[in-house]
Each structure stands twice: as C-alpha cells, then as structure tokens.
Design a binder for this molecule. Structure first.
Ligand code: DGT
Ligand code: MG
Ligand code: MG
Length: 298
C-alpha cells in the first residue's frame, strides 16, 4: 500500500511541478513580451541629484481667461486667493515641497534637494503638480467666485528647472518676486490712469513709456493720492507658502461621561500646514527667520 501511495504522490508532485514550470514560463512571457523593447525609447528625465527641483506653473492665456471671467483690474483678490488654495492643495497632496511662491497666474513649487519622489523624474514632478493644481482650480472655483460661473476649463503649462545651490534657488525666487513688484507697480499706475483719469489704454501706455519706478510712485502719489507702499502686500509681494504649525479648533462629539453624551466641545490640535505669507523673500531676513527651508537635512 505504501509503495502504491508513494507512486501516486510522486506522480502528483511531478504533475504539479510541470504545471508550475508552465505557469512560470507563461508569466515570464507575459511580463517580457516581444514588444517590451519600446520602453527603451523613453527618455531618462531624472533630475540631477542634490539639486533643488522647481516646478513653475503658469495659467494658459489668462489674459483672455481674466477678461471672460471679469477679474478686477489690476488685481482680483478672489483669483489670487484661489491660486493660493490650489497651491496649498498641491503641497498637501504631493510630497517633499518645502516652499512655494505665487503671483499673478503663476506658482513655483520647490522640492527638497534630497527628494526621491518618483525617483526624481521631471515628468512626474511636473505632471502631478499641473494636474493637481488644475483640478483644484476647477474644484474650488465656486468657493471664491460665488456669483461667477466657470465658463470654460482653464489650463496651466509647467516647466521643471533644477538649481544646484541655495544661492541660485534664492536668486530664482527673488527673480519671481522682483517680477511681481515690477508688473504690479506698472499695472497699478496704468489702471489708475485709465480708471481714475479717463485715459485710454494707449494713452496710459504712452504716459508710462520709459518711466522709472520713482516716477511711477510719484504719479501715484501726486495724481491719485496713493502711497504704493500701502497697497495690499499680497499684490506687491505675491504669496509665499511655507509649512508652519497651526492650532486648529474643531468641534467634537463628547462620548463620556454618559450625562454629557450627544454634547459637543471644542478641541484644539496642532497641525503642520502650508501657511501663506506676503513678505519680502529677496533680503536675508526671511531666510534667517526660517533656516529650516534651506537646511539640507530638513
Ligand atoms: P500665456 O501664459 O503665455 O499662456 O499667456 P497669459 O495671457 O496667461 O500671459 P501671462 O501669464 O504673461 O500674464 C498673465 C495674465 O493674467 C495677464 O494678462 C493678466 C492676467 N491676470 C492675472 N492675474 C490677474 C488679476 O488678478 N486680475 C486681472 N484682471 N488679470 C489678471
Ligand atoms: Mg499665463
Ligand atoms: Mg503669467
């Protein structure tokens, strides 16, 4: 009986072994088909190691988008707050973003030097940021433009640039903030000339041609009684987003004791969130106050 049983077991094991080998061969064939070679056409877009990776998004044809949706000129605070809400969502949903800076229809996101998110593939960084931002723009639109329907789907272009040193990264962010200042000063005078002095856009443009910053400040002050430095910081400086601890107060249902059941109470908990600031990032003060941003090990 033992002998026959052993033979049966042996036959059975042999059959299992054949089946297993067949499955492994089939699996290997499926995993590596003859078409597999097409992968080799994919370009390697790994961002250089130890560098800051910056993704900058910019609204596509927002000149038209702003007109169609009746954005206030030169600055629409609803539009700027919506941009910042989208940027906060990007920072919360994606990984390794240490700071973001936005103005007008653009936002820049800085990934940690040591980030290994998606093996540092530029296309992954860029497409995740752009798609998350664009879907958030549509998702949150109603919260900021209560009386204004979204008339068509907005788009954002994206680019990735890697910066090899802290100083160059700071210069990049300074460049964007200087751009915000130059454009905003120009636009503030330009629209004051049109809205308050009744000039046509061509006349306003001619009036400002070749003027320096001091002259624009002077026009604002003497003709419109506007001290440019008192304009809202969000318009003059743009928006910086950094991670900060924030106390959140939320209402919670009380479980115990029994006599308090069903009642709610306020509970405070601390969370780290991307917090908007409208401060200067060109000088040293900001970076001295927040050394953790550029800290290699943070
Ligand atoms: P692009 O980026 O090449 O596809 O073209 P645009 O039209 O998006 O040009 P860009 O990005 O250089 O300039 C941003 C435009 O967005 C600019 O024409 C004014 C508009 N814009 C941005 N923020 C505001 C705002 O708060 N109010 C108004 N009225 N317009 C704004
Ligand atoms: Mg644009
Ligand atoms: Mg732009």
């Amino acid at each position: 009986m033992w002998a026959s049983c052993n033979v049966e077991v042996r036959d059975c094991l042999a059959a299992v072994s054949v089946t297993l080998r067949w499955c492994v061969r089939l699996g290997a064939t499926m995993a590596k088909s003859k078409f597999e070679y097409v992968r080799d056409f994919e370009a390697d877009d790994t961002c250089l190691a130890h560098c800051w990776v910056v993704v900058r998004l910019d609204g596509r044809n927002f000149h038209r988008f702003a007109e169609k949706h009746h954005f206030a000129k030169p600055n629409d605070s609803r539009a700027l707050h919506l941009m910042t809400k989208c940027a906060q969502t990007v920072m919360e949903e994606l990984e390794d973003i240490v700071i973001a800076y936005g103005q007008s229809d653009e936002y820049s996101f800085v990934f940690k030097r040591k980030s290994n998110w998606f093996k540092r593939r530029a296309s992954k960084f860029m497409t995740h940021v752009a798609s998350q931002f664009a879907s958030s723009y549509v998702f949150y639109w109603r919260d900021y433009f209560k009386d204004q329907h979204l008339l068509y789907p907005p788009g954002f272009d994206g680019r990735v640039v890697v910066y090899p040193s802290n100083q160059i990264l700071r210069d990049y962010l300074s460049w964007r903030q200087a751009d915000c200042h130059i454009n905003n000063l120009y636009n503030t005078v330009f629209w004051a000339l049109i809205q308050q002095s009744g000039l046509t856009p061509i006349q306003a443009q001619e009036r400002l041609q070749g003027t320096l910053a001091a002259e624009k400040n002077e026009i604002l002050f003497s003709e419109f009684n506007i001290n440019y430095n008192n304009e809202p910081p969000m318009y003059r400086k743009g928006t910086v987003l950094i991670w900060q601890k924030v106390d959140e107060v939320m209402t919670k249902e009380v479980k115990l004791p029994a006599e308090m059941e069903g009642k709610t109470m306020a509970v405070t908990r601390t969370r780290t969130k991307p917090v908007p600031l409208h401060c200067d990032i060109i000088g040293d003060a900001f970076w001295k106050e927040h050394p953790e941003i550029l800290d290699e090990d943070s």
